[in-house]
Design a protein around this ligand. Structure first.
Ligand code: CO
Length: 477
């Protein structure tokens, strides 16, 4: 008998699990988070039939955009989704001590937000910190465990001298010790190339027993290949978006990954017919968004600059718009070269909200003023004061001194310096409060929340909401 006729030993079956992002990251990445609850609800029963590991449906931008642009209560959206999803887990993204906002909140607010998120239907909370300072995750993780939710800790993935395999493996061990249920590699910029993913996932698998979820973006064009190598290396869960809302700055397409693994030990077992019916539902929404310009063809191609400059696509477009406002578009290349220098001076943080905005805006200032660190933004000062936590590398001491003068930098967990604040928020919104959750909405986005509360009031009191802005300055519709 020739060896060729021998069947190779069948490898152990290890179906890869899929997190569908169409209700959160996909529309955040492609249409500025403008998908409405009304657009989501009709397809929920079908999404619920698929057998996804989870559906990601809530997070900072969805919460903010709901209130600010769609005049929707994000809590009501969550409750409606929960009503519709009978068996699928719902997942949210949570910025550690920043919750869904941009500043650090006291522990009582973090705990209450977690409690209410779970009470309204969230099953899995993905918690990250823009500096990967694990101290900023402790309260949220503890609160999630207390509410019996699944606590997933996400590493903000980035490149740089400090970010060795050893660094990531040590963090993974810390995450496991903190009691997290799973680890996510959060590659918001699409920097993780296929062979780098193989190496990273392989190393993490050796340092931890926790399931590993890989979250990346298609921005640089490598993401599907990255998932393939990651899954072959033991990655347990991947985040994908149904095809009409996939690719570009969003995730790889769900159907493509499902077909890729069909008939292999990683076969997801998901039903292609069902997935294509879901795609049929979202396709006209995509067409409509393309037609209105809400979805720009600019975000749909491959942006290789993200690999060249190692900055997230969203940050690149922010830089362009900041320079446009200053009529200094010709400074784009100079700013792109300044970004890594500022990042080094600022302790080489990952570039993810809010650190991406802080580093980007400072780089723009440094170039536009013609002198590095002639001016600092308020946020830069806060970062250099240690108000966001500890960076993986120390700050450039000269730059820090220039920014903070003789102020004493914070070295403890920043939230340890914050007093409980819930009561104060409660008092401030007493006149608008219609549900417990309103206090959290207000704590996170005070101005937008108040406008929304006025709008809601106008609606329930029978005032025509389309005229509400004229009546009492409420939300323009
Ligand atoms: Co993302």
């Amino acid at each position: 008998m020739s060896d060729l006729n021998k069947k190779p030993a069948q490898p152990e079956k290890k179906p890869v699990k899929i997190v569908e992002t169409v209700l959160r990251d996909a529309h955040q990445s492609l249409i500025a988070t403008r998908m409405t609850t009304e657009q989501m609800l009709p397809i929920v029963p079908k999404l619920d039939q698929v057998g996804y590991h989870a559906v990601e449906c809530w997070g900072g931008a969805t919460f903010d955009a709901c209130l600010r642009f769609l005049h929707e209560d994000p809590w009501v959206r969550l409750r409606k989704l929960r009503d519709g999803f009978k068996k699928t887990k719902l997942q949210m993204l949570f910025r550690g001590q920043n919750i869904l906002g941009y500043n650090h909140y006291p522990d009582d607010v973090v705990e209450y937000f977690v409690q209410k998120s779970v009470a309204n239907g969230i099953d899995i909370i993905r918690i990250f910190d823009c500096l990967n300072d694990m101290r900023n995750l402790e309260t949220a993780v503890r609160a999630a465990k207390k509410e019996k939710a699944e606590a997933q800790i996400a590493l903000s993935y980035t490149l740089g001298d400090a970010y060795t395999l050893e660094y990531w493996c040590n963090i993974a061990k810390e995450i496991e010790e903190m009691g997290a249920d799973s680890i996510c590699i959060k590659d918001m910029a699409g920097l993780l190339t296929p062979y780098r993913a193989q190496e990273l996932v392989g190393a993490l698998k050796e340092s931890t027993n926790l399931p590993i979820d890989l979250h990346t973006h298609y921005t640089s064009g490598v993401a599907s290949m990255t998932y393939l190598k990651a899954v072959e290396s033991g990655c347990d869960i991947i985040d994908t978006a149904i095809s009409p809302f996939a690719l570009g700055t969003s995730q790889p397409a769900t159907e493509v990954m499902v077909e890729t693994f069909r008939g292999t030990p990683y076969d997801t077992g998901l039903d292609m017919k069902l997935l294509s019916e879901i795609a049929d539902y979202f396709r006209p929404i995509r067409e409509q968004d393309l037609e209105s310009g809400l979805m720009s063809t600019k975000v749909l191609g491959v942006n290789i600059n993200t690999l060249r400059y190692q900055v997230p696509g969203g940050m690149l477009s922010n830089l362009v718009s900041q320079l446009k406002q200053a009529h200094a578009e010709d400074k784009y290349e100079a700013v792109l070269e300044e970004v890594p220098r500022v990042r080094k001076d600022f302790g080489e943080p990952p570039l993810v909200t809010p650190s991406s905005q802080i580093v980007g805006t400072q780089a723009v200032l440094n170039v536009l003023t013609g002198e590095r660190y002639k001016m600092f933004t308020k946020e830069s000062k806060k970062l250099l004061l240690g108000e966001f936590g500890k960076t993986v590398k120390p700050f450039n001491p000269e730059v820090q001194k220039k920014a903070i003068g003789n102020e004493k930098p914070i070295t403890c967990r920043p939230a340890d310096l914050l007093k409980p604040a819930l009561k104060e928020y409660e008092d401030k919104i007493a006149q608008w409060k219609r549900q417990d959750e309103d206090v959290l909405t207000y704590a996170l986005f005070p101005q937008v929340a108040e406008e929304f509360f006025k709008y809601r009031e106008a609606q329930t009191t029978g005032v025509d909401p389309t005229k509400a802005d004229k009546v009492n300055g409420a939300y323009p519709v």
